[in-house]
Ligand binder design. Structure first.
Ligand SMILES: *Cc1c(COP(=O)(O)O)cnc(C)c1O
Length: 410
């Protein structure tokens, strides 16, 4: 190895605490609101509404429970088709399975790495009866929301926005988490701000917000005893966790600025390498830069194969691949990560349709080799990786990461 390994591990993304979190946690303790009721919950719901610009926010146990309630609010029934972002974390899609419905995956575009509007249009041609679309904003970069919303509206479909990774990002000046009829955000430990866990459902629909509140607290009817007319869930946010979130919220802007500085430093450091960073359109969007990612040019990729558990590669002069870079970073005690493996490539979803802008994309999937033959998701998965993006990483540490990655191209 060219350099010494990092003494302290450089992480992908970990919580960054500021001290005020403990004040609100202590307050919950001192007032004995150690429960799913309390001032912290009321306060963070109010603050998120004000910040994001939505009418109602319902504090929940996690982003996944918010997505589940969103899917239920959208009226998804067993057997229904639901168009879903393909290149994302499985939490975007699992709630569709909870309701025994059928996810159909929509390919990705190269401009923001999100759902391709042209592929969504194609999907409505092939499955015209579909009435729900779930769009995620990957790595904190907004999807092409104007186009996607217009297509959903044209086909009378309900839009669910998975803004779990993009809290604080804007599209045409508007916060993400407001583009869907129902929207989900997350306070998971590795997100832009955290409660250690937690999430929220955001909506402008009062009736929907009330239903979500009721469902999330075991669906109690208005009666002196425990009266139930429909299935319930234990999905409400804890007042202790809300205290952590309350202490983090004033630092959201600070976190975004520091993430952006990390992204900019990588971009500058890789300027003369055959790579690009995860892209966005500066004319229409301001990401929250949650994770910095890179994509290796096709002609700078050394041979790389991946099966369901391992990646192998053959080193070549002047070339590299995500597997080599990730293994090298790990050897130096730094944490990177492959791009989210697209859902259409996951064994659990092998029988589900996958739609590209040309139509049925199953035939084009090449899970292992980057290139013109692969669909967009498979291609970005083959050539891309997430870089250490932890806010607490120092400039010196990041410069060393950049040097380590540059050496992979030697
Ligand atoms: C983290 C994440 C979720 C789920 O959030 P949790 O709070 O962990 O349940 C959903 N979708 C995406 C895209 C995520 O990254």
């Amino acid at each position: 190895m060219k350099y010494e390994a990092f003494k302290n591990k450089v992480w992908l993304a970990t919580p960054t605490m500021h001290g005020e979190e403990m004040k609100y946690v202590q307050q919950a303790y001192d007032t004995n609101w150690m429960s799913t009721v309390g001032e912290n919950i009321n306060e963070v719901e109010k603050q998120i509404c004000g910040f994001v610009g939505c009418k109602y926010a319902v504090g929940l146990s996690c982003g996944t429970s918010a997505l589940h309630l969103a899917v239920k609010l959208a009226g998804v029934k067993p057997g229904d088709n639901v168009f879903c972002t393909d290149m994302t974390f499985s939490a975007t899609v699992n709630p569709v399975l909870y309701e025994k419905a059928n996810p159909i995956f929509i390919d990705t575009e190269y401009d923001t790495w999100n759902m391709d509007p042209a592929a969504l249009e194609k999907a409505f041609e092939l499955y015209p009866d579909t009435r729900v679309v779930i769009v995620a904003n990957l790595y904190g970069t907004p999807a092409k929301m104007e186009e996607l919303c217009a297509i959903a509206r044209k086909h009378n479909a309900i839009l669910i926005e998975d803004a779990a990774e993009s809290l604080g990002a804007t599209y045409k000046g508007r916060q993400t988490g407001t583009f869907g009829d129902y929207n989900a955000i997350s306070f998971n430990g590795n997100k832009i701000i955290t409660g250690s866990s937690g999430g929220m459902l955001l909506t402008d629909d009062l009736e929907a917000a009330n239903k979500a509140r009721k469902w999330s607290t075991q669906s109690r009817e208005n009666a002196p005893w425990y009266q139930h007319e429909e299935v319930g869930y234990n999905y409400r946010m804890s007042n202790v966790i809300a205290g952590v979130i309350r202490g983090q919220l004033p630092y959201l802007g600070d976190h975004v600025a520091r993430k952006k500085a990390i992204y900019t430093r990588y971009k500058e450091g890789f300027r003369d390498l055959p790579v690009t960073m995860n892209p966005y359109d500066p004319e229409t969007m301001e990401p929250n830069f949650w994770l910095s990612c890179m994509l290796i040019d096709r002609d700078a990729m050394c041979p790389q194969v991946r099966d369901d558990a391992r990646g192998l590669y053959v080193s070549e002069k002047g070339k590299t691949c995500p597997t080599e870079i990730l293994e090298t970073l790990a050897a130096y005690n730094a944490e990177g990560r492959p791009i989210w493996k697209p859902m259409h490539m996951q064994p659990i979803f092998r029988m589900h349709p996958f739609i590209t802008r040309e139509g049925n994309g199953r035939g084009r999937t090449n899970a292992y080799i980057a290139g013109e033959g692969a669909d967009v998701g498979a291609d970005i998965f083959a050539r891309g990786l997430c870089l250490p993006s932890d806010i607490k990483m120092t400039a010196e540490e990041q410069d060393k990461i950049i040097e380590i990655i540059r050496a992979c191209f030697d």
